[in-house]
Design a protein around this ligand. Sequence first.
Ligand SMILES: NC(=O)c1ccc[n+]([C@@H]2O[C@H](COP(=O)([O-])OP(=O)(O)OC[C@H]3O[C@@H](n4cnc5c(N)ncnc54)[C@H](OP(=O)(O)O)[C@@H]3O)[C@@H](O)[C@H]2O)c1
Length: 325
Amino acid sequence: MAKRIQFSQHGGPEVLQWVDFEPQAPGPQHVSVRNQAVGLNFIDTYFRSGLYAPPSLPSGLGTEGAGVVEAVGEGVEHIKVGDRVAYAVGPLGAYSEVHVLPAANLVKLPDTISFEQAAAVMLKGLTVQYLLRQTYAVQPGQTILFHAAAGGVGSLACQWAKALGVKLIGTVSSAEKAERAKALGAWATIDYSREDVVKRVLELTDGKKCPVVYDGVGQDTWLTSLDCLAPRGLMVSFGNASGAVSGVNLGILAQKGSLYVTRPTLASYANSAANTQAMADELFGMIASGKLTVDIQQRYPLSEAAKAQAELSARRTVGSTVLLP
Ligand SMILES: NC(=O)c1ccc[n+]([C@@H]2O[C@H](COP(=O)([O-])OP(=O)(O)OC[C@H]3O[C@@H](n4cnc5c(N)ncnc54)[C@H](OP(=O)(O)O)[C@@H]3O)[C@@H](O)[C@H]2O)c1
């Protein structure tokens, strides 16, 4: 018997329950991990609320964690019992003392990365890896716009962009968050609760605007983001913190300068054991070299995941949050 967070209906954080369950033995190509730390991510709130559909209800929640391999199924070769591992994608159910998932989704942890650090950085860090290095490979000297720069993904993006010699303009909703993003490496910040983002981007870029905008806020910032792009710029819409972007008329991309748009997901970049490991190696290398600091700003017992999600949704968290089984 083990404990996990599960939900039987969609709704607010109150639908999350801390329940007993019987973990399954891992099947072929699968591994059972005893979690030592679990990551909190905005996507978890989408599955809970019903914005994204879980395969069935009742459902487990969460896709990110780190721990020790307890059992391996048939055909698993690169992972063995006792290995320290972490994961960022996979079936829902990481909010659990024990999680069974495909071996291909796991990476081995270097000794220098703690379980808490891994749970705080795997999903968000691999996301920043693909956003800045693959979706649009940013170049030294470029000026880019990144929304919610003091959040989990944003905090890592500020540091990674700085390490690449990129001028990241980060949007934030308060003076405290602006200070934080600046301290992490943002070149400039815009407080979008009181400043005109497009005007400030024009000023900061001498009228040129940005070749790429990274937008995890969604509905509220969609039009602003398009207006911050230079002609033929790329809009990377990678999240829905304020609600999903919908009803887009493609003509708007023509009107605003032959723009490109992509709606990427981590799962389609970390889509094989080799790709996931290569992305994680780069991430762990950034941490080992001191260019990236894993900044855990909030810790909760896993049983209090509902409280942690409420704080995340209310914009009261900064950096990463971990849940401890
Ligand atoms: N596509 C992918 O592969 C992928 C992977 C990871 C994450 N994501 C997305 O990246 C975004 C950031 O994820 P995260 O886990 O690191 O969360 P986070 O940035 O720590 O939290 C979300 C932030 O969004 C901002 N925000 C703006 N409007 C909001 C609203 N109406 N409600 C709540 N927050 C609002 C807030 O920052 P301010 O107060 O400064 O506005 C808030 O702190 C999310 O949209 C997530 O879904 C996408």
